[in-house]
Design a protein around this ligand. Structure first.
Ligand code: APR
Length: 270
């Protein structure tokens, strides 16, 4: 963790990052916590509350979807309804400003499926775990995704959901456009190869609000670090990502997303 007053932060090294390569930001549930969306593993997290009755590996798997598609759909429709009430917060807006500043040299990879980065106006964005607003054919007959109709709600019956959530091409059930626990990252849906290529060319990598339990943030950060990037982690808690950031000569800013980005902005501006 950095010392009070920023004494432990290597400001000069962080400031040089953007001139050495891409600026890559990787976000997790913590950035949306400030918009009121629960994280996954916090005290009020999706995988914590209710986990006596529902285990994540059951709800978030292709296997379970194939068994009870409409129950699984209802879980995601519930989460979509939670996200629809949320608005982007100052941290999301700050990242849109960074995109305007650095243009094509700025990249954002998010694990969040809430769509808040897009809603804030982010354009150069990889949604590496998908998007709760979108669905695709469960039988892969079409490569594209399309929006989930707003009339599909948790309270709909199975038959209604079956009609609303059918593939327009082949009539099979559509599935949420999300990466499940028993599936792998890929380029086609989640831009995984592209994200790794960006990490290799990064000069500064900023991870925000992620526990690092999913493989993506640690893999991309490690890859970038091995290619010479400096890492900064913004998270009120310490975890392997914050330790790796310190080991890269960067910093762990031990605070929330909004405050952390404000502090990083000051460091970058010198
Ligand atoms: N600002 C920044 N970080 C915060 C804040 C905040 N205001 N509040 C909490 N955090 C941090 C927590 O300390 C924690 O490290 O956000 C992190 C959230 O961790 P997780 O709940 O594990 O979420 P995430 O890392 O995004 O999970 C990754 O796992 O099952 C999945 O698919 C799901 O995309 C998700 C993936």
């Amino acid at each position: 963790m950095e010392k009070p007053g920023g004494g432990g932060v290597n400001q000069a090294r962080i400031r040089q990052g953007p001139s050495r390569g891409y600026v890559l930001v990787i976000t997790g549930a913590g950035i949306s916590a400030e918009s009121g969306i629960p994280t996954f593993r916090g005290d009020d997290g999706y995988w914590t509350i209710g986990s006596v009755n529902y285990r994540p590996e059951e709800l978030g798997t292709l296997r379970k979807f194939q068994e009870v598609p409409w129950d699984i759909w209802r879980w995601y429709l519930h989460r979509r309804q939670v996200c629809e009430k949320a608005m982007p917060n100052p941290a999301h807006h700050r990242l849109v400003e960074w995109e305007s500043r650095w243009g094509e040299r700025f990249h954002l990879v998010t694990q969040n499926v809430d769509g808040l980065h897009r809603q804030a106006g982010q354009r150069n964005l990889f949604e590496s775990h998908g998007n709760l607003q979108m669905m695709r054919c469960s039988q892969h007959c079409l490569p594209r995704t399309w929006p989930i109709p707003s009339s599909a709600k948790v309270g709909c019956g199975d038959l209604e959901l079956k009609t609303l959530l059918a593939c327009p091409n082949c009539g099979a059930a559509a599935r949420p456009h999300l990466l499940w626990f028993d599936e792998s990252y890929n380029e086609e849906h989640y831009r995984w190869s592209s994200a790794q290529n960006i990490a290799r060319k990064a000069g500064l990598v900023v991870t925000i609000g992620t526990s690092g339990v999913a493989t993506l943030p640690s893999r991309l950060s490690s890859l970038a670090k091995s290619c010479g990037a400096v890492l900064v982690d913004i998270n009120p808690e310490q975890n392997p990502l914050s330790r790796q950031a310190q080991a890269s000569g960067g910093a762990h800013l031990a605070c929330g997303a909004g405050e952390g980005l404000e502090r990083l902005e000051k460091i970058l501006q010198g």
